[in-house]
Design a protein around this ligand. Structure first.
Ligand code: NDP
Length: 272
């Protein structure tokens, strides 16, 4: 019997997840159907519950519903609890498990696809919204020397640190301290690129041969990546994170890990 999945969001028409999961299914010989489900903004739970009650096996969740999905799940994995955000729902009999694969997806893309180790590095995470919150735990698991968080609204960065802090490794950094620090990896987890704007990051923050990573993806360089390229930094957008988080969700649902390289190559070609 065909197992049914979907990505639930608003808007959702732009989502690349159906083509990514179709490619994984072809490779793994899995009999699945994966669609897009537009949920009205105030009706995530009803939409997800109707999908589940109709016999679906699971769902991915995208903007703006990751917090609603967290509340909707009956049980949550440790990594979902850490970021208080869910992007993957697994529908078991009478039971919904919420997981979050964004952090693992980001770290695999940086370490395995791009080849930038995170162990012992100095990382700057820019932004303190849902995406930043979701990846902090996984970044700490990679054992950087320092994981600094900076945000336009500093109190939100401090709130994440206060909530998640387990070691000296993690700290919030304000705009006055930032110019004094240099980083090996700088990750733009703000939505500034969506409006073609730039988060405030001094050029002096980019160490020699730094990696600048923008979670947003699309054609060409975002303003953040263009700024970084001007300092000589290497650049990467978030398309690899998207593919890697999808592969982890596929594994959560089906116990099989698809290879991500071929799909990533196709998506990168299409973006050129
Ligand atoms: P949220 O709305 O939860 O958070 C937005 C963040 O961006 C806040 O920290 C906000 O700061 C900051 N921000 C917004 N505009 C500006 C600006 N002009 N200058 C500086 N900071 C700004 O969004 P998410 O965290 O959910 O998403 C962030 C980005 O990550 C999006 O572009 C999304 O597409 C991307 N993403 C990519 C994924 C992937 O797989 N590649 C997965 C998940 C997300 P403040 O607190 O001050 O308002």
């Amino acid at each position: 019997m065909t197992d049914r999945y979907a990505v639930i969001g608003n808007p959702v028409a732009h989502s690349r997840s159906p083509e990514i999961h179709a490619a994984f299914a072809r490779e793994c010989g899995a009999d699945i159907e994966y669609g897009r489900l537009l949920a009205p903004v105030a009706r995530f739970a009803e939409t997800a519950e109707a999908f589940r009650a109709g016999g679906a096996a699971g769902a991915n969740v995208t903007l703006p519903f990751k917090l609603e999905a967290f509340a909707f799940a009956h049980a949550r994995t440790a990594r979902a609890e850490r970021g208080r955000s869910v992007n993957t729902l697994h529908f078991e009999t009478n039971h919904v498990v919420g997981d979050n694969t964004d952090g693992v997806g980001l770290c695999r893309d940086i370490e395995q696809n791009i080849g930038q180790p995170l162990l012992g590095t100095r990382i700057l995470l820019i932004g303190a919204g849902g995406a930043a919150r979701a990846v902090v735990g996984a970044l700490m698991d990679c054992q950087p020397e320092l994981l600094a968080i900076t945000n336009r609204t500093p109190a939100k960065a401090q709130a994440i640190v206060d909530e998640i802090n387990v070691k000296n490794m993690l700290r919030a950094v304000g705009l006055t301290e930032l110019p004094k620090l240099r980083f090996d990896v700088l990750i733009n987890a703000t939505s500034a690129s969506l409006s073609a704007s730039l988060p405030l990051v001094p050029l002096s923050s980019f160490d020699n041969n730094a990696l600048a990573y923008d979670m947003m993806y699309g054609k060409g360089l975002t303003p953040f990546l263009a700024l970084a390229a001007g300092t000589g930094a290497r650049t990467a957008d978030g398309i690899g994170m998207l593919v890697e988080q999808a592969a982890e969700a596929f594994y959560v649902w089906r116990g099989v890990r698809p290879s991500t390289g071929p799909v990533l190559d196709l998506l990168k070609q299409a973006a050129r």
